[in-house]
Design a protein around this ligand. Structure first.
Ligand code: SME
Length: 197
């Protein structure tokens, strides 16, 4: 009798310890993830400097515009923390048309002046949106997106399109991202210059 009643007691105690251990391990993992993300966020200039080097290496010797834009979007999507969409829209007439990207399928055509992308293109300036739900006319392509940055792309004075990044984290993008992404776009365009884009 004693052993029969002791067994379930031990099992229960074991189950409790195991649940607590799991909770503890999960809390440790979350804390480590938060520290890693914070470290990456603190080191944004370093991260962008490293991305410039990686982008140059990806572009080296290759002048296929679509291939290069595709690789750049993959580089950004996979290297920047807390990003759920990264890609290009290129100007065709009076609208922006979806280019190479990483993330969920997105709306294909954005008229100039519409959405964050259309406003950035029309105003010819980088736009940081800390909370997309507060941006009038924001075009929601992925329900997971909560913040966004859009960087216009120029070849000299000519607007080619925009680079767009989304994040599920409110307030994910700041001036350091704007600076880093503008530098990456400049490297990209300088490489493609003279290709008759
Ligand atoms: N949110 C953008 C649309 C493009 S998706 O984010 C990929 C906008 O408001 O223009």
């Amino acid at each position: 009798m004693a052993s029969r009643s002791a067994k379930p007691a031990r099992r229960n105690a074991g189950t409790k310890v195991s649940a607590a251990a799991k909770k503890n391990a999960s809390a440790k993992r979350s804390a480590a993830k938060r520290r890693a993300t914070a470290a990456q966020m603190d080191g944004k200039p370093k991260l962008y400097a490293s991305l410039v080097v990686q982008l140059l290496s990806l572009l080296k010797g290759e002048h296929d515009f679509i291939a290069n834009a595709a690789n750049m979007s993959a580089l950004l999507f996979n290297s920047l923390p807390n990003v759920n969409w990264a890609g290009f829209y290129f100007l065709q007439g009076e609208e922006l048309v979806l280019g190479p990207f990483q993330g969920n399928p997105a709306c294909v055509r954005i008229p100039m002046g519409k959405g964050v992308c259309g406003v950035a293109a029309k105003q010819c300036e980088t736009i940081i949106v800390p909370n997309v739900h507060e941006f009038p006319g924001h075009i929601a392509c992925d329900v997971a997106s909560n913040s966004e940055i859009v960087v216009p792309i120029f070849d000299g004075e000519r607007l080619l399109g925009v680079l767009d990044l989304d994040s599920p984290t409110i307030g994910r993008f700041d001036d350091q991202d704007a600076e880093g992404l503008n530098e990456l776009v400049t490297v990209f365009v300088a490489h493609e210059e003279g290709l008759g884009l």
